[in-house]
Design a protein around this ligand. Structure first.
Ligand code: NAD
Length: 429
């Protein structure tokens, strides 16, 4: 495994391997991404000039089903990052027993600098470039950081134009009117909320006396903060890319969300303002937020937020990873030594891909479900798999992250072996 992020992700695999008995073939094939595509996307800018953007789509493994994974628009997107995210998707889909492999995509761009028309041309150009590499039975896209339902709608439309037929199941997280599922916007936060609710009694924690800090006030973080607030948790700190706010009495999350929502640009896509402008509350930096003395810390922004450099400062009792890869493997060790319980991304934020799966099923069957049914199915899946992973962690006395990888690995190993293993071929002579 080359590359820092991907090799860091690979260390999780190594740790989990000690506790599983999957075949050598399976281990070998999971060490590398199956296919990595890099594309150049020429975009005609509003001023008439041409700009070329770099885009990526990686299919890590599709043994358990078509690739599934979001598309990220961010200036720091690299192939290494996309490969690591595709790796995580592979394990997430297996951990949740969804019939998908893992994939991911991204474009190196600061979308806040583009007009809406430029953003649309870029999104359609990306689909033109990767169309032969994706499909409802091959690799299915979804939103990720700085992409949303509107962008997914453009992508689905562009793919349908290329294929000359309506193909809703190639993209999930679409607008409802284009075949999107009810509950998709809130799914990641809802899924994380169900896991938190299921785990709290194991620590004798009740919402009313549980303090929470949330890093990242976007789709996942802000909705989760509000769900927790409404369930009675004391959300004492939230932050976004420009900083954070803290109040030991708890913040009024619905008010803060309303403020952020009222000050957006580019068709309600990117927020211009920051949570820091909301209040008389104490302003804290993101570093300070991560070090707050709270019961629950929720990193819901980007990867690599808790590293070897700052892990020793973390004082939370539990960390629920809503972002993908917010804790490095070196930081994991430090948190573990400090007795901080980490609930891993591949479980906690799997609500998004789970409802994406429901959307894909609805698109293919043509029958659309009610919101209650979706949330009920989501809750069942999240709680069921969280309890299974909890049981593995308890039985083997290992951290929840390792347990989640053990759980996913056994499903992946079984699927890879079902295709034929070394023993099978050796014995056939
Ligand atoms: P988003 O773009 O809606 O929000 C990201 C938020 O993080 C924004 O508030 C932004 O200001 C903030 N942020 C950026 N850099 C920051 C920093 N250095 N410190 C603090 N805050 C910072 O994205 P999202 O969809 O909420 O995704 C957030 C994380 O959750 C990502 O890691 C993503 O991969 C993961 N995730 C999201 C989904 C989903 O369905 N939205 C599903 C699974 C995982």
């Amino acid at each position: 495994m080359a590359g820092s992020l991907l090799s860091d992700a690979g260390q999780r695999l190594e740790q989990a391997l000690k506790y599983t008995s999957i075949s050598e073939d399976a281990v070998e094939s999971l060490k590398f991404p199956q296919t990595s595509l890099t594309v150049s996307i020429p975009v005609r800018m509003d001023d008439g000039s041409l700009k070329v953007f770099q885009g990526y789509r990686v299919r890590y493994d599709d043994t358990r089903g078509p690739g599934k994974g979001g598309v990220r628009y961010h200036p720091s997107v690299t192939l290494d990052e996309v490969q690591s995210l595709a790796f995580w998707m592979t394990f997430k889909c297996a951990a949740l027993s969804l019939p998908f492999g893992g994939a991911k995509g991204g474009i190196t761009v600061n979308p806040k600098e583009l007009s809406r028309m430029e953003l649309e041309r870029l999104s359609r150009g990306y689909i033109d470039a990767i169309a032969d590499f994706i499909g409802p039975d091959v690799d299915i896209l979804a939103p990720d950081v700085y992409t949303n339902a509107m962008i997914m709608g453009w992508m689905m439309d562009q793919y349908s134009i290329i294929k000359r037929q309506i193909c809703p199941a190639v993209v999930t997280g679409k607008p409802i009117t284009m075949g999107g599922s009810l509950g998709r916007e809130t799914a990641t936060a809802m899924g994380a909320f169900y896991v938190i609710q299921a785990m709290m009694p194991k620590f004798d924690q009740i919402p009313e006396v549980t303090t929470v800090a949330v890093q990242g006030f976007g789709n996942a973080g802000a909705i989760l903060a509000e769900l927790l607030f409404r369930a009675g948790y004391k959300v004492v700190a939230v932050s976004d890319s420009q900083g954070g706010i803290y109040s030991k009495h708890g913040l009024d999350i619905p008010n803060i969300r309303q403020f952020k929502d009222s000050s957006r640009r580019i068709q309600a896509l990117y927020c211009d303002d920051t949570v820091c402008h909301t209040a008389a509350e104490t302003v804290v930096s993101n570093e300070e937020l991560l070090a707050l003395d709270v019961d629950v810390l929720v990193p819901a922004a980007l990867e690599n937020q808790i590293t070897e450099a700052n892990a020793a400062n973390v004082r939370a009792k539990m960390v629920f990873e809503v972002a993908n890869g917010p804790i490095t493997s070196a930081a994991d060790k430090i948190l573990d030594e400090k007795g901080i319980y980490v609930f891993p991304d591949i479980l906690v934020n799997a609500g998004g891909v789970t409802v994406s799966y429901f959307e894909w099923v609805q698109n293919r069957s043509g029958l659309y479900w009610m919101l209650d049914e979706i949330n009920q199915r989501l809750k069942f899946k999240m709680v069921e798999e969280a309890e299974r992973i909890w049981a593995i962690a308890r039985d083997l006395s290992i951290p929840m992250r390792t347990a989640a990888y053990v759980h996913a690995l056994s499903r992946l190993g079984e699927a890879i072996s079902a295709k034929g293993t070394r023993d099978y071929y050796l014995n056939s002579h």
